[in-house]
Ligand binder design. Structure first.
Ligand SMILES: [Mn+2]
Length: 423
């Protein structure tokens, strides 16, 4: 289904007076409000195709009704989000779940929905139907050369699908590792993985990047072959200038200082991609900002500082994506909440008084530094984010629109009780 612009305008009209009061207050109190709003209008976060259905757990999956059953329907769902929030203008495909049958038709649909194709994702963490060799003991790290070859060929095939659609990056996330001491020779596993990645790297088109995503644990529980940012950076540095580290918020050990990791990766010019989610314990894949909104703000604070230090374009020069998929919320409502949390954290990071913060840091004024960050974090920027949306023709309150207009019920009516492919 598509959302009619007129119906968004009608919905916005009912909220306009209240919004204008809040926005006029924000505008008076926030310096550079206009410049910030323009940055918010430009900012976009890609939606992965697997977040449009419920994710399930290893104990069970409770599907939402009316989940997208085809690639076209997944794109329509992202188009719907983008129409409502003007900040979800890209989709990240997963191969083999999203192999297009007609590239031109898919490209036309993307253009109609104002969507771009973000990084494409390979899958060697599970065996596919009819696959010759198993990834039970790893893919790019495998002790068996034929299995490594099969995994390399899959990644090269993913690049070809992505290239045909206009994607510009490949994300490699490996479940490779070991679950018991002694199972793996760490050095050989690293070297096998590096050699495999080198073959994949050699197949990248000249204007492509490869993102090496790390994860601390799960599904392997003793070691992961790309287990942390140091290991990812090792691979990226050894591979060359088209290889970068990808940070997924949920892929760290508890209490890791992610904002510091982000700052240093940007300093090294090796941060290319970002996967947003939230967690309390591990890779919980919860709604962005639902558990640790202050951490999200601190991460954005470093991102903005680091991007500005290198003159990067906030919206275009790094790859922003949500990577979450859980079991109980309506997936589209969850994504609307996640994008809202990201936009708020980004807006707040744009508000930080950098000059004052630099002075406080230079003078070792710890109290002033904390005041600057926490005062900014406690500033209500929701009217600024809403103003950016309304100026772009999107909904003042995307979640409110989704509920008032019973979008899920319409999707169920259109699709029935379909279940999306994915995790
Ligand atoms: Mn991820």
């Amino acid at each position: 289904m598509r959302i009619d612009k007129k119906s968004i305008e009608k919905f916005n009209d009912s909220l306009l007076v209240s919004h204008q009061q809040k926005f006029s207050f924000a505008k008076q109190t926030i310096p550079n409000a206009e410049a910030i709003i323009q940055k918010l209008i430009d900012f976009n976060v890609a939606i992965p195709s697997w977040a449009l259905g419920t994710g399930g757990t290893r104990f069970g999956r409770f599907s939402a009704a009316g989940e997208p059953g085809t690639l076209e329907q997944k794109m329509e769902d992202v188009g719907l989000l983008h129409a409502l929030n003007n900040a979800s203008g890209a989709i990240s495909l997963h191969i083999p779940w999203d192999i297009p049958s007609d590239y031109n038709a898919i490209k036309k649909l993307a253009a109609d929905l104002h969507l771009k194709f973000d990084a494409v994702n390979s899958n060697t963490f599970q065996d596919q139907k009819g696959q010759a060799l198993s990834y039970k003991y790893g893919s790019l790290q495998n002790t068996n050369k034929d299995i490594r070859k099969q995994a390399i060929a899959h990644n090269i095939e993913v690049i070809k699908h992505g290239n045909a659609l206009g994607s510009k990056a490949l994300t490699v996330w490996l479940s490779d590792g070991s679950s018991f001491p002694g199972q793996l020779n760490f050095r050989k596993a690293f070297q096998n993985t590096l050699e495999s990645l080198e073959e994949i790297y050699a197949a990248l088109p000249s204007d492509w990047k490869v993102f090496v995503e790390y994860k601390a644990f799960e599904p392997n529980f003793y070691s992961m072959t790309v287990g942390d940012w140091g290991q990812s950076l090792l691979y990226a540095n050894k591979l060359g200038p088209k290889a970068y580290t990808l940070v997924d918020l949920g892929h760290h050990l508890p209490n890791a200082n992610i904002e510091q990791i982000v700052a240093l990766l940007m300093m090294e010019e090796k941060l290319a991609g970002f996967h947003f989610n939230d967690s309390k314990y591990g890779d919980d894949d919860l709604t962005v900002g639902s558990i640790k909104p202050y951490q999200l703000f601190l991460i954005f604070n470093e991102l903005v500082e680091g991007m500005d230090a290198r003159g990067l374009h906030h919206a275009n020069d790094l790859g922003w994506m949500i990577d979450a998929s859980h079991n109980i919320k309506d997936p589209l409502e969850d994504l609307l909440q996640s994008i809202e949390a990201i936009m708020i954290a980004y807006a707040q990071a744009l508000l930080v008084d950098r000059k004052a913060l630099n002075e406080a840091q230079q003078n070792n004024d710890v109290v002033a530094a904390q005041e600057i960050l926490q005062n900014t974090f406690r500033t209500d920027v929701r009217a600024m984010v809403a103003e950016a949306r309304i100026r772009a023709g999107a909904a003042l309150d995307p979640l409110g629109y989704f509920r008032t207009n019973q979008i899920r019920a319409s999707l169920v009516k259109e699709r029935g009780n379909t279940i999306a492919t994915g995790l």
